[in-house]
Write a protein that binds this ligand. Sequence first.
Ligand SMILES: Nc1ncnc2c1ncn2[C@@H]1O[C@H](COP(=O)(O)OP(=O)(O)OP(=O)(O)O)[C@@H](O)[C@H]1O
Length: 494
Amino acid sequence: MNVLEVNNVSYRYHRKQVLHDVTFAVEKGEIFGILGPNGSGKTTLLKLLSKELPLQSGSIAVNGRPLHAFSQKEWARFAAVLPQTMDTAFGYTVKETVELGRYAHQSGLFPAWTAEDEQAVKTAIEEVGLTEKAEEGIDRLSGGERQRVYLARALAQQPRLLLLDEPTNHMDITQQIKLLDQLVRWAKERTLTVVAIFHDINMASLYCDRILMLKSGEVVAQGAPEELMERDLLNSVFHAPVSRQAHPTVSKPLMAFLREWEFPRLQRGELRERFMWATLEDCIAISASSPLKVLSSALVGSGFQWATHFVNRQVSKDYDCEDAKTEMKHYLRRRGFPVQQTIGMMTAVSVEDAVCTYENHGAFSVWTVVTAGVGNAVDAAQARKRARLDQKIGTINIIVFIDGNLTEAAYVQAVMTATEAKTKALYDEKITDPETNSYATGTSTDCIAIAATQTGEIFPYAGTITPIGKAIGRTVYEATREALRRYQQRRKSS
Ligand SMILES: Nc1ncnc2c1ncn2[C@@H]1O[C@H](COP(=O)(O)OP(=O)(O)OP(=O)(O)O)[C@@H](O)[C@H]1O
């Protein structure tokens, strides 16, 4: 059911037309966001909804009734407004300011202050976390605290509709999240409808059920954040380059703003020469002067991240740690690696036997580093037959450095291509799964990292049909075969 229906609303200040035929509807219990650049008409629209400005054309209906049919008092009982700026009422305490919110509920010539009024004020102050400051003068509060006082005043009205102009404007991030979480709870528990102007696109995406996007007074889009948070639309509305990412925990889009100037990146040219390679007694460490974008399954730095350091650490075959990730982070820190920018892998094979292969094609180059052991060789198709986790030496760690600009799809394809090449190397070296005697497809603890400079030509794909995929396929295949041979030789000689 629609609480609010806005139809063809236009508005002009003198000669300046600031809203053009704005039409939308808000359902009961929704958190409805209004987004748009400065001057796009958001506040004007909210002022029309709150009856602060008179309607010039079009119509606004609330629960099916025209807005103008509500008396001021009736409207104040129904809707509460938190404007963008408020004059601080010097001399008032927090509690006194919040009490003003009860005006709409007072009646008669000599209204009496009831227990219900007192309770509503107390609850509102509690809900914004200001109970301790209830008797404090509001001119002695911080900007964020003052914002919460005005919000409490709006809440004390016990409205059905909350109209908020940048409600988190002066708040720190903890307070912003607390308030917005609270709004979502109120909306659900009390079927409170919220219409709020947001400046932070990601906050709007995270908290709004639907969003109205305004540009120069016109509605350019409206819908769920999943539909609206789209690169081209945001680019055209805000004139800022953005990229859409997946939120780590909820199915809401996260927009990353792209800076105009680029971070210093690795210069193009001979890829290998731009890394420092160190073989220490228990690890190989490869470091780059500028970060590379990495997709990896590494113990430290898994998923997508930017990294400057790549560490393949050799541990004893008895290494057994309940929390290997934390232990690995301690190790990296002790060794002086910047943990947040390090991809950290482990292996029990000798890191001295690492193999590198390289191809330079001008537009891109690929440098692959592999350590391999097959004590835990497993046939993925029959892995379910394995009852226990093996503790033998044997992991294949693959790092593919690419001088090129990869899309996320290309990263995924690079992982596929490298995995297929590794499996073929195992096959050609006749490595079998000791449990099933069938050919092994990998080991039970293999690790991979695809690290690209993200400079130069964009490569949308990296499957085996593409030149870059072919280079990944060959370098991984050859490096893995050679690493497997070195591993077998070391085993024979020991
Ligand atoms: N009282 C006024 N008289 C004349 N013009 C006004 C008045 N108030 C706003 N405007 C103009 O109307 C346009 C829309 O303003 P409005 O405040 O609604 O935009 P907004 O989207 O809320 O902007 P912001 O993000 O900066 O708060 C702007 O160009 C503004 O200069």
